[in-house]
Design a protein around this ligand. Structure first.
Ligand SMILES: CC(=O)N[C@H]1[C@@H](OP(=O)(O)OP(=O)(O)OC[C@H]2O[C@@H](n3ccc(=O)[nH]c3=O)[C@H](O)[C@@H]2O)O[C@H](CO)[C@@H](O)[C@@H]1O
Ligand SMILES: C=C(OP(=O)(O)O)C(=O)O
Length: 512
């Protein structure tokens, strides 16, 4: 909340903000009171708006909850000051994935029972979907340890009350379509937004969901959906092997009266997580991990279920890159190996030395994990182009990390991002740190290394992965760098700077 001079101070509103921030941290009133050195009843009164709260107390609450409850004037952005060129060491654990978490949150709408999602990463993208879910009446609460989420859908969703501003800040809101078409006859959903990666079509979603009877017209700012539900066995052929479109079709199929065969389905990690979760909800799915899925829909889902979100291959790639570009030996624990094999093989061909632990099973009981130790290595440019493909190819979200790795390798590397119109351009910010990165066209980069890195001040790109790539370049660059306006990193990474610090990185967060 921002207070300008004219704005009235509103105790109840401040109280509600404090309650929200406390619940977000997974704290009870008693635990917050403990941190503040006050009583639980005082915290209760503050949250009710029934007690005058001094500026001093507000500052203490902000500290205790690690959140700015109230700021005066314009909002403050976070920046990072990096002293690069340090060798990192130690081990770091991969968190659960953003992309599975958002799909599972949307899928929780299918369930009338209690959904418990374990090990959910504390990231802004999750918060955005939670805010939207709460706005339509879904109850969501974090466990006291702040890692698990309990979600309960009401009998009737209040879709008119949807928080449209928050919804429009994420593309994942598009995944409300699949569950909603099984629950509502008409609804309006705000347009999907997200990072600046160029145009991303929603047409494949609309044509897939039409098979289930959904018709969507785009009005000013909204998708207006009307549903004339179909019955019986259907086959949906996806025009693109996209992740979220496959997830939308899966969620629509879960409540479809009949069997749905989805062809050209994405078998990617987040889709597999969603399939495992739907199975726990009683939906039978054949072909998990392949491009043909057959889903046996059920009439109603009303079950108390627990599912542990699996580990994020993109975070694994990000952390591994930190070790590679700083020439360090670090261990990236809990890497979902099935989704990193092409990346590791490509890196091996570039001369990276690494070792793998024995495999073990993730908490979801399905995903195979390993610990990867990277060793300092002399890198050379690969012979062929580095390009992404739908799984089991090289993950498009892992591609940007190859730009900073290629800058450390001897020779020229061609990186071809055929997927996004506007992601490669953000990677040219590496030139600010001394890298030789040439944009051949909006999809292709030529990177020539090795780089004599030097520290610089750079404005954070408005796209998640490129932002982290620039940060990793700064870790490689001797001297001081500043990355300005890094808020976007929290969309997909929990406490990234703090976790890199634990490996020995010198990164300091500061605000204007
Ligand atoms: C929440 C989530 O899970 N997000 C992921 C998901 O987004 P999502 O599933 O929304 O990805 P999009 O549908 O936007 O696909 C990305 C781009 O690839 C194009 N395309 C995709 C598949 C295909 O077979 N042909 C094709 O041309 C699309 O037209 C689009 O321009 O998948 C993307 C691509 O893996 C990832 O970057 C995102 O992190
Ligand atoms: C592009 C990404 O995700 P989203 O689909 O959430 O924009 C990403 O994770 O890099």
């Amino acid at each position: 909340m921002t207070i300008t001079e004219e704005a009235p101070q509103h105790l109840a509103q401040v109280g509600a903000l404090i309650r929200g921030a406390r619940q977000h941290q997974g704290l009870t009133q008693a635990q917050l009171a403990d941190r503040l050195g006050t009583s639980q009843s005082a915290v209760h009164r503050i949250e009710q708006g029934a007690q005058n709260i001094s500026l001093d107390m507000l500052a203490r609450v902000s500290d205790a909850l690690a959140a700015d409850i109230v700021t005066i004037g314009a909002p403050k952005h976070a920046h990072l000051r990096v002293t690069g060129g340090q060798t990192l060491s130690g081990a770091i654990r991969v968190n659960s994935s953003k992309n599975a978490a958002v799909a599972l949150l949307c899928a929780s709408l299918l369930n009338r029972g209690r959904t418990t999602l374990r090990d959910v990463a504390r990231i802004v993208e999750v918060d955005r979907i939670l805010t939207v879910l709460r706005s339509i009446g879904v109850s969501t609460s974090w466990s006291p340890n702040g890692r698990d989420l309990v979600i309960v859908r009401p009998a009737h969703l209040d879709l008119d009350a949807i928080d449209a501003d928050t919804a429009r800040r994420t593309r994942s809101i598009i995944m409300f379509l699949g569950p909603l078409l099984g629950l509502e006859d008409t609804f309006a959903l705000p347009y999907a937004g997200g990072c600046d990666l160029g145009t991303r079509t929603v047409d494949p979603h609309m044509s897939a969901l039409r098979h289930f009877g959904l018709e969507v017209t785009a009005t000013s700012g909204n998708y207006d959906g009307t549903v004339d539900r179909t019955r019986g066995d259907i086959t949906v052929v996806l025009t693109e092997r996209g992740d979220t479109v496959t997830e939308n079709a899966l969620m629509a199929a879960a409540l479809h009266d009949g069997a749905t065969t989805i062809r050209n389905a994405s078998p990617n990690y987040m889709v597999q997580d969603l399939c495992f979760f739907l199975e726990l909800l009683g939906v039978r799915i054949e072909g998990i991990g392949t491009t043909t899925l057959t889903v046996h829909g059920v009439q109603e889902i009303d079950t108390d279920v627990e599912y542990a979100v699996s580990e994020d291959p993109v975070e694994a790639m990000s952390l591994l890159t930190a070790g590679v570009v700083t020439g360090s030996e670090i261990t990236v624990q809990r890497t979902p190996i099935e989704f990193m094999e092409i990346e590791l093989t490509t890196l091996s061909e570039m001369g990276l030395r690494y070792s793998l632990s024995d495999e073990y099973v993730a908490r979801n009981g399905r995903t195979r994990l390993v610990d990867i130790t990277v060793h300092p290595s002399e890198l050379v440019a690969p012979r062929g182009t580095i390009h992404p493909m739908p799984f089991p190819g090289l993950n498009i979200d892992n591609l940007p990390f190859f730009a900073v790795i290629a800058a450390c390798a001897t020779g020229s590397t061609l990186i071809h991002d055929w997927v996004y119109d506007g992601r490669a351009i953000h990677l040219t910010d590496l030139t600010r740190l001394g890298a030789n990165v040439r944009l051949l066209d909006s999809h292709r980069l030529d990177v020539t290394g090795p780089t004599r890195w030097s520290g610089a001040e750079v404005s954070c790109p408005p796209a998640l992965r490129p932002a982290v790539v620039i940060l990793l370049g700064m870790l490689a660059a001797k001297g001081t760098s500043v990355l300005r306006n890094v808020d976007i990193i929290a969309r997909g990474y929990e406490d990234l700077a703090a976790r890199l610090r634990e490996l020995g990185a010198q990164i300091e967060t500061f605000r204007d």
